[in-house]
Design a protein around this ligand. Sequence first.
Ligand SMILES: CC(C)(COP(=O)(O)OP(=O)(O)OC[C@H]1O[C@@H](n2cnc3c(N)ncnc32)[C@H](O)[C@@H]1OP(=O)(O)O)[C@@H](O)C(=O)NCCC(=O)NCCS
Length: 158
Amino acid sequence: MKALEVRVRRVRKGDIDRIIDIERSWHHLSHWSVDSYYRLLNDDNFTSSFVAEIEDEKGRSKIVGFIIFHIAASVSEIYNIAVENGHARSGIGKQLMLAAIHESEGRKASKVVLEVRKSNSPAINFYLKFNFTIAGERKNYYSNPVEDAYVMELQVSD
Ligand SMILES: CC(C)(COP(=O)(O)OP(=O)(O)OC[C@H]1O[C@@H](n2cnc3c(N)ncnc32)[C@H](O)[C@@H]1OP(=O)(O)O)[C@@H](O)C(=O)NCCC(=O)NCCS
């Protein structure tokens, strides 16, 4: 079988609708509005976040995953990462995370941080694979349904 060719590139304004489709392919994720995605991406002038594309059967590029993060005051914070449900577990999330870690190192962040629902074991396992550790908890951090978060972090440079 041909290996899946994945291209990771910086996010553009026109990608937001597709990002929302991917986020909505997972029912347990908190759903954000177009406006909140736009504000978040625009905050960083669309410079940090990435999407992953593959070619469909007709050779057209299709976005199948995204990672949104923000680097400020030496901390790189991941706000959201998702791979389209039907394409999970094929190495796409790994490529997105490696791109974000690389970008964070390049921009001299000392650590990468994120929050994750305590019940989201697939994502927790995914983060552990990159050597993220649990640094703390936030009570009732999520709504719909209300749930605590783990704060996870990865040191990337001194
Ligand atoms: C978490 C997520 C982004 C991972 O992306 P992915 O493309 O499926 O992950 P990869 O295929 O790159 O997996 C890399 C490694 O992470 C770990 N991993 C990924 N998914 C896992 C799962 N469901 N269970 C256990 N380990 C998992 C594995 O070690 C895997 O390596 P392996 O397949 O060689 O064993 C994806 O599952 C997703 O979009 N989930 C829904 C959205 C979400 O919950 N985001 C987190 C919000 S905080």
